[in-house]
Design a protein around this ligand. Structure first.
Ligand SMILES: [Fe+2]
Length: 351
């Protein structure tokens, strides 16, 4: 069977279908382990979106998901779009609205501002609008584009499929009202969190004393989110899990250690607006290095309702086949490093 020249080119490039698509978008692609400040990432005109953007394709995604930054100019809007991959969106700056097309009905709109978190229901047409006459708006979207584009490798299917997922979004006018329901396991089931910083959190001592947390399900997506906060002078237990957890710092300052089992930890400093993505099954440990509580929003796989990967027992002792290092088994250098860094700031480590 003859193979066309274009496919031969793809084979020669060694790229995945997703990488071919991504690189053809004409916007920057940021790689690595961590982004110091999402608000400062340079953006370039992105024809497909009609505004400026940049891909963030960090090592820790393991080719399972990706992220992009979108910057919408004052008074501007994105081009209409729909796609067969999920998008979880967190607003970094500005305010505006999003219009979502309703199967067989008229579109619905909802407003957002900095700190809002929502999901575009799968394959619904949508547009974002910047409501400000003066300021640009900036958002980060975490998407499942890599798996979807790589599996189907047909862009017409991914971006022009007429199928309507009415099981996820029936068109209810209150869909993006911002309310929700509590499910077992500290889960908040919703479609829009108007302000992640104000979402009430619940106690979660398993990962460290004084920690609070909330799991978030969005628009019946397979990807989900969680928010964690941990107090001054504290740090989380080291743990590991699958790829693609995009950890966005939304309050405080500190650092994360990440290491492959048996290797030396690498240290990544962060502050509000930083992003870190721990690679597949690398141990990682978050430290509050500041004088205020530290808080982060993780956009990731494995919704409580729709599992994608097997549960890896991330809160179980690694000695019992789990994936968390209990405090008694921690390398003493971990705490010593934290104590000396905090001492320099006049903060003591919590018992
Ligand atoms: Fe983690």
């Amino acid at each position: 069977v003859p193979i066309d020249a274009e496919r031969l080119g793809f084979i020669a490039s060694g790229k995945s279908s997703y990488e071919e698509w991504r690189d053809a978008q004409g916007i920057p692609v940021v790689t690595g382990f961590h982004i110091p400040d999402l608000k400062q990432v340079p953006v370039q005109p992105w024809d497909r979106k009609g505004v400026k953007g940049t891909f963030l394709d960090l090592e820790g995604t393991g080719d399972t998901n990706d992220a992009y930054i979108l910057e919408i100019p004052s008074g501007g809007s994105t081009s209409p779009a729909r796609q067969m991959f999920e998008e979880l969106i967190y607003v970094l700056d500005g305010r505006g609205s999003t219009t979502v097309e309703v199967p067989g009905g008229s579109p619905i709109s909802f407003e957002w501002g900095a700190g809002a978190l929502f999901a575009i229901p799968l394959n619904c047409g949508y547009r974002h609008f910047n409501a400000s006459g003066e300021h640009s708006a900036r958002m980060i979207a975490v998407t499942s584009a890599p798996v979807v584009i790589n599996l189907f490798h047909n862009l017409d299917f991914v971006f022009n499929c007429p199928f309507e997922f009415t099981d996820r979004f029936s068109g209810a006018s209150d869909f993006f009202k911002g309310d929700g329901r509590s499910l077992p396991g500290r889960v908040w089931d919703t479609n829009l969190v108007p302000d992640v910083l104000s979402l009430p959190l619940l106690t979660w001592d398993e990962r460290g004393k004084g920690s609070t947390n909330r799991m978030i399900e969005l628009a019946d997506s397979s990807m989900c989110a969680h928010v964690s906060e941990f107090p001054v002078g504290s740090y989380k237990k080291a743990h590991r899990h699958g790829p693609g957890a995009h950890v966005i710092i939304i309050g405080g300052e500190g650092y994360t250690l990440m290491w492959r089992e048996g290797e030396e930890p690498q240290k990544f400093d962060w502050t509000t607006g930083s992003l870190v993505v721990p690679p597949n099954m690398w141990f990682h440990q978050h430290f509050n290095g500041g004088a205020t509580p530290a808080k982060y929003l993780a956009l990731r796989w494995n919704s409580a309702k729709y599992k994608v990967f097997a549960d890896t027992g991330i809160a179980d002792d690694v000695k019992n086949g789990g994936n968390q290092i209990e405090s008694r088994d921690e390398d003493p250098r971990v705490r010593a490093q934290f104590e000396s860094l905090l001492a320099a700031k006049g903060v003591s480590v919590r018992a």
